[in-house]
Design a binder for this molecule. Structure first.
Ligand SMILES: [Zn+2]
Length: 125
């Protein structure tokens, strides 16, 4: 845990410090998890209501990968309170559920998660 970088306060104005792991997001752990969960809920709704284009699927997949990596980094380098641990776990769950929803919505073929060539091959076999 190096504290060599400058002190940053959460952009959600809660005055909590932003850990180095979350500098890209500019948020404290608590606000980061809230934001991710809210974004997941929004995307979930979007997929359920109107489906998603292949381009949007790629965007969501990238978002999932990025957030999961940041959260994993936080959990492996910071000591978190029990309350924050619970928050982080529930955020991981949201990310995993969104991924499942995304996969289900793209079962027809163009999923960015699985190589499309294999799916196409299986469909024509
Ligand atoms: Zn905050």
């Amino acid at each position: 845990m190096s504290k060599l970088t400058e002190h940053r306060s959460c952009t959600a104005q809660c005055n909590k410090p932003v850990p180095v792991e979350l500098h890209a997001a500019g948020l404290c752990v608590s606000h980061f998890t809230f934001n991710v969960e809210k974004a997941c809920a929004d995307m979930h709704r979007q997929i359920a209501m109107c489906g998603v284009s292949a381009e949007r699927q790629t965007e969501i997949t990238l978002y999932l990968v990025e957030c999961s990596a940041m959260l994993a980094h936080v959990t492996s380098t910071l000591s978190l309170s029990d309350q924050l641990k619970r928050r982080v776990l529930s955020t991981f769950l949201c990310l995993m559920n969104l991924r499942e929803t995304l996969e289900r919505s793209s079962s027809v073929g163009a999923s960015p998660i699985r190589p499309p060539s294999r799916i196409a091959a299986a469909a024509t076999a």
